[in-house]
Each structure stands twice: as C-alpha cells, then as structure tokens.
Design a protein around this ligand. Structure first.
Ligand code: FAD
Length: 604
C-alpha cells in the first residue's frame, strides 16, 4: 500500500503566486494554521513574471481617477459579463491593497513628489498602473514572500496536488506528490483555497510557463465545483514571434503605454483604421493626440494601440492574414520612434523598459531603442475559472475557495491589463479571510482512506504500462496543436466540433499513458498528471465557446461575428453531471443594483 506523509491544517492554500500568498497572509493573521503547496519552487509563479504593473485608482498621476472610473472601465472591458459585485469590490479595495504592499516593503517607481508612479495601459481611462519598471511582479512576490514567511505559513515546495478530498459534501484537504522523491502527501484541511493560476499551456503559442495546465480548475470541477466563462481565453496582442524558440514570450503592454506604436509592413499605423463604437469617444483622432496622451497630457485621448487586448489582437491577426505582416508572421511594434520627441530616448527606454531591452537583446539580438520589434498574439490569460461568491470567494462546494487567475468573475469577457495583479491582492485577501472563518466554524474533516489509496494506485499505473503505453508529451503536443488551430483567436462551430472529436481521442490515449524510469524528478510521470487536467479544461473551453453564438470580448466567432444583446445577459456554466458527463448551461447574470448602473451611465 503506498505510504502518505501526513499534514494537518486549518487552511490549505494550493498555489504560491500572488493570490495564494496573499490568502495565506490573511488566513495566518487570524491565527489559523496555514499550509501552502506549490508545484515549483517558492517564488516561481506567474506573478513573478508580471511586467507592466498593478491597477489601482490611487489618482497619483491624474486626480480625476477614482473607484467609480476603475469600476466602469473594468465592466466596459469585460463587455458587461463581469460579476459586478467583484468589479465593485476590486475597484474600491485595490488602492488599499497596493498601499499595504508598500507598507510591507515594496519599492514602487515614484512621481517627482514621491508618490507611487502610475502608467497608462489599455482600456484604463487614466494612468493607473503602479509599477516597478517592467518587473512589477518580481517586487510583489518578493514582498509577499517575505511578509508571508514571517506570518508563519508552512510551505511545501515542488509538490503537486493530484486530487481534492471530500467529507460528507465539504472539502477535507488534498493529496499529491513531491517531485524530488516521488513520495505521496496528504494535507488534511478544514478549508482549501485554490490559487493555481491559468491554463495557457493547453495552447501551443503562449506566454505562460510549464506549470499553467489548469490543475486547479480540473481539481475543483471533479469535486462538483462549477466553472464559468470558460470560452474567454485572452490572446495578448504582443508576444515575440521570432526567433521561433521564444515564440509567445510576452512583450509587455507597457511598451505601448510608454508610446510604442504598431505598424504593418507598409509602415501604416493600422490601429487607427478600426475603432470600436464603445471606445470612439475615448480614442485619439490623430497620431499627435495619441502621443500627447502617453506623455501625460490630460486633454488628450489615448492612442488606439491602447484599446483592449481582444481588439488589438484581432487587428494584428487581420494585418497578418491580409499579407501586410512582418517577415516572421507578426507586425511591428516600435518604441524607437520616440527619438523624434525625446532627446536621449535610448537611455529613457532602457530605464522605463529594462526587461524588454534585455529580452530582445539577448533572445533576438535586437536593440529596441534603435529598431522595431516583431510581435503577434500569444495565449496569455484565462478570464474563466471556478465560479465563486463575489464577497467570500467560496465556490459552490462548501469549504472550497478560489482566488486569482483560477477564479472567474471579475474580468467578464476580457481582462484589462494590470487588473490581474490587483485581482489577486483584493480577492486573495478575501479568500484567506473567509477560508479562515470557515475553518473556525467547522471541525476537522475525516479522511476517506480508501479514496486516498485509489488515487495513489491510479497515479502509479503509468509505470506498469511502461514504454508500451502512450507518450504523455505527444498527447500534450497534439492537444496544443488542436487548441491553437481550432479553438484559437478566430473560431467557427465546425472547427470547434473537430476539436471536440480530437479531444475525445486524446482522452482515450491519455487513459493508456505509459512511462519509464523511477519516481524521482520524473518529468514524464509529472506530465501524465498534467495531461488529463489540460484535456478537461480544453473540453470546457470548447463546449462553452460553441454554446456562445456571438462575438464578444476575447471570443471571436467568424460564423457569428456580431455581439448579440441577448447573450449579454448570460454567463456560461460548465459542471460535472451525475453520470460524470460534462454539462454546459446558460445562467442569467444577477441584476445590477441601481447605484452601480448609475456609475456606468455617468462614465459613458
Ligand atoms: P500564479 O502566480 O500563476 O501562481 C500559481 C501557483 O499555483 C504557482 O505557485 C504554481 O506552482 C501553483 N500550482 C499550479 N498547479 C498546482 C498544483 N497542481 N499543485 C500545487 N501547486 C500548483 N497581470 C497584471 O495585472 N499586470 C501585469 O503586468 C502582468 N504581466 C504579465 C506578464 C506575463 C509574462 C504573464 C505570464 C502574466 C502577466 N500578468 C500580468 C498576469 C498575472 O501575472 C497572472 O494572471 C497572475 O500573476 C496570476 O496569479 P495567481 O496567484 O493567480 O497564479
């Protein structure tokens, strides 16, 4: 019988990115015993990769900003499918969360008079992103880690959760294994917070790293949690396209926020050609007005390069398809042109965008202070995820909470840049608080030993099939090709139906995965756990995308190219049926209170 190393907590947090760490700090502050489990080393999460900044209406650079403008920007960006309660809490609480980070030692860039500096980003009406050059996430993780460790959380690094445990309908903890020795672990807990980030690795071209295989969503779904908004996968407009080995790596929106412009092979700023009605009033008419906006002129409107990501990504796609792309299948993003306006622009660019400078110098041998970059869309962020209560972050499974990218609701059909770092602070804090409260009012759960043993037996089965079984890497590659080609930036029903057929075939192959070697640091074995999760979330994305027969936000349907007001009333929910089948349904969005409607009307 496989052995388990056993631990017991009030609150177990799965994931040590910003959301997990912020939840851990909050839960520990109530006196709860907190355990944190993460798949890789502490500090190695998506949050650390975040570049551009964290959105909060601090109004340090433009005093017209406040929570009402941030709320209405977030709702407009999400095309009104957002959970309005989350959007309200987020806009109201983000400034306090950023100041809290500062009090814990985060060193943000400063205005001349010593306040936190804020930069422009797509879809935000005013400069709103607090930042540290283009390494904001690094500073956030450093601060949260330092603070968290002193709050007394216990960390289990390089441990992957394989399954959640249940006791009489409520969550009872989780079990998993460690990469170093391949031992099994049991983390018994009265409450569990899922903070496992996104699903980007289900696609071929992505800015996401190897950990983002949708584990948390799959874990929650299997114990009865509902998933929401799965059709909305964000394709960031600017990823590297060349060299091929680094294709998909992010080029921060901060480049455009600092004045970078997009051009096609004819040298034309094509973003001026197509400005959505929703944004016409807020967008510059001329290149000159757009430039003034990026330099802080309060009377100017933003350039079209700073429209929402879904729109910019589609415009780039159109240029490439029309044969007006760059040599390697993207378009040109040029920050070097600002030399026309800023003397000493080379040093200015290096100071404002140090990571971008080094990224292109080292990976593409290109000096962005002198030449344009080549960029194209890359799978970046998951708006969908575990459906949660807006205030507490609890899912429909008692004791199971979710925060950060793994949770759905705040961003609706499209996330604004910078709103993820603020999301994970605001809702990480709330999830930690409410999970600790839940733990206090519930006794320790009972562990189902039989289930535990069956999970371990299933986890070891690929060793028995050995080299004659299916290769897990090949299944992963085939899935990534399928999702990229058939459920990507432009979608049609017939292609997505083909994708579902392929996913079914891949599911069958995944049942027969075989691996060789032993249990220590065995990547093949690890991939055998990732693959079923990626298949599950891919199936959910595809079903939801087929059901939504309209184009809105991140979902563009070539067969239904228009937005349909009727569809604007619903979220799509994916859940497991009683026979284990995947169920997909429309669910009406709760009516928005009159005072929030008034805020939106006022900002139009
Ligand atoms: P993550 O930070 O992704 O952490 C997930 C954690 O879960 C990790 O510790 C991982 O090891 C763990 N985990 C996963 N599966 C398991 C498992 N099965 N068992 C145990 N542990 C598990 N957003 C902004 O707002 N502003 C930006 O400027 C910005 N820039 C970005 C730049 C890049 C290159 C990328 C990729 C994203 C960027 N984002 C940005 C998005 C933002 O960084 C992420 O959405 C956010 O950090 C997600 O945080 P999180 O805490 O939810 O998850």
């Amino acid at each position: 019988m496989p052995e388990f190393q056993r631990f017991s907590y009030d609150v177990l947090i799965i994931g040590a990115g910003g959301a997990g760490l912020r939840a851990a700090i909050e839960a520990a502050a109530t006196g709860a015993k907190v355990g944190v489990v993460c798949k890789s080393l502490l500090g190695k999460a998506h949050t650390v990769m975040a570049e551009g900044g964290v959105a909060a209406a601090l109004a340090n650079v433009d005093d017209r900003d406040n929570w009402r403008v941030h709320f209405s920007d977030t709702m407009r960006g999400g095309q009104y499918l957002n959970n309005w309660r989350m959007a309200e809490l987020h806009a109201k609480e983000a400034p306090e969360c950023v100041r809290e980070l500062e009090a814990w030692g985060a060193l943000f860039d400063r205005t001349k008079d010593g306040r936190i500096l804020q930069r422009n980003f797509g879809g935000h009406r005013y400069p709103r992103l607090a930042h540290v050059g283009d390494r904001t996430g690094l500073e956030m993780i450093r601060t949260l880690q330092d603070h968290g460790i002193h709050c007394g959380m216990e960390v289990h690094m390089e441990c992957t959760v394989l399954s959640l445990l249940m006791d009489s309908g409520r969550v009872a903890g989780a079990c998993g294994y460690d990469r170093e020795k391949g031992r099994f672990h049991l983390w018994q807990a009265k409450a569990v917070v899922i903070a496992t980030g996104g699903i980007g690795r289900a696609f071929k071209i992505t800015s996401n790293s190897w950990e983002y295989t949708g584990d948390g969503l799959a874990l929650a779904y299997r114990v009865g949690a509902e998933l929401q908004d799965m059709e909305f996968v964000q394709f960031h407009p600017t990823g590297m396209v060349w060299p091929i080995s680094v294709r998909g790596i992010l080029v921060t929106e901060g480049v455009r926020g600092e004045g970078g412009v997009l051009r096609n092979s004819e040298g034309r700023r094509f973003m001026f050609d197509d400005i959505p009605d929703l944004y016409k009033e807020q967008t510059a008419d001329t290149e000159e007005e757009g430039w003034r906006y990026t330099q802080g002129d309060k009377n100017a409107r933003r350039p079209p390069e700073l429209l929402t990501r879904d729109h910019v990504a589609r415009c780039i796609n159109i240029e490439v398809k029309a044969g007006r792309g760059s040599p390697h299948g993207g378009v040109f993003l040029d920050i070097s042109w600002i030399k026309q306006h800023i003397p000493g622009s080379e040093e200015h660019i290096k100071r404002k965008l140090p990571s971008m400078y080094h990224q292109f110098k080292q990976l593409a041998d290109l000096d962005i202070t002198k030449e344009p970059m080549e960029v194209g869309p890359t799978t970046h962020y998951m708006m969908g995820g575990i459906r949660v209560d807006g205030d507490s972050q609890m899912s429909n499974v008692p004791g199971l909470f979710a925060a950060g990218e793994a949770a759905a609701g705040l961003h609706g059909a499209n996330r604004l840049g910078g709103n993820s770092l603020s999301d994970l602070l605001v809702f990480g804090r709330r999830a930690g608080r409410y999970a600790a409260e839940f733990a206090k009012s519930n006794s320790a759960p009972t562990i189902d030993e039989q289930y535990l043993q069956s999970t371990a037996t299933a986890a070891l089965a690929p060793f028995e099939r050995g080299p004659s079984g299916e290769n897990p890497y090949q299944i992963q590659y085939d899935l990534q090709d399928t999702m990229q080609d058939l459920v990507g930036i432009v979608r049609t029903e017939s292609e997505m139906e083909q994708a579902l057929d392929k996913i079914t075939q891949l599911d069958e192959r995944a049942e027969r995965i075989g691996i060789t070697g032993n249990r220590e640091y065995n990547n093949g074995w690890h991939t055998s756990f990732d693959v079923p999760n990626m298949l599950l979330v891919s199936e959910a994305v595809t079903h939801a995308a087929i059901l939504r027969k309209e184009s809105r936000g991140a979902q563009f349907r070539e067969d239904f190219p228009n937005k349909d007001a009727e569809w604007g009333k619903y979220n799509i929910i994916v859940k497991q049926g009683t026979q284990g089948e995947m169920q997909i349904e429309k669910r009406a969005i709760a009516p928005m209170p009159e005072e929030l409607k008034a805020v939106i009307a006022e900002m139009k």
